[in-house]
Design a protein around this ligand. Sequence first.
Ligand code: PGA
Length: 251
Amino acid sequence: MRRKLLLGNWKMNKLASEAREFAINARPLAELAKKHQIDLGVAPTYLSLAATKEAASKDMIVAAQNCHFKESGAYTGEVSIPMLKEFGIDWVIIGHSERRAYDNETNLKCHDKMAALFANNMVPVYCVGETLQEFEEGRTKEVVGTQIREGLAGFTSEDVKHLVVAYEPVWSIGTGKNASSEIAQDICKFVRDVMREMLGDVADEIRVLYGGSVKPVNVKEYLSCPDVDGALVGGASLKIDSYTELLNNIL
Ligand code: PGA
């Protein structure tokens, strides 16, 4: 049985003081979600992680938006996994399309980061998805299949037991042009099928989320799809009212 998961990706938004205030206001939501067997979380910037974690309910997942795969060293501007762990952070978004587009995050880099996370018993939320051009050329499955195969190459069923995958078509992120629930279901099922080929039955335990212009009005439709186990939400996760509505609409 895969628990539903609602994860807010705050991207480069919120001062630490704002993140802290949100975390305090969200405390009752985390408890409500737990009662309904739903996992609820947010991913603040590095600088807001400590304030958010400290202020949030212990039932709230607080995820980082990135990490480096080395433990320490000459990597200016980077943050390592032990540094995250020191603050009790054990979830990390990997390979978000904005990082793939602007920070040269390749499938291989994602693989190395996930290997380091698995070795540390942490949870990667591995993002995959095609660009508008790839979608229009009918190449979605080719692109997403390669992202899954290269990103997860060589891992064992034991390694991936905590893995979460998020299918986010790039053309739907922040655009208000959300993919239909049929597309979301089709590609989330495809992701699971590829993982089953690679890893066996553990694929049925791995949560696959949809992301891209998820709003309170459409969240329920996505989560009603048999292979969509939750949502990764950007814009609609920033305000406590809309975040509350997202949760209320899937209870
Ligand atoms: P959006 O972002 O909900 O604002 O489209 C989703 C994401 O980038 O994870």
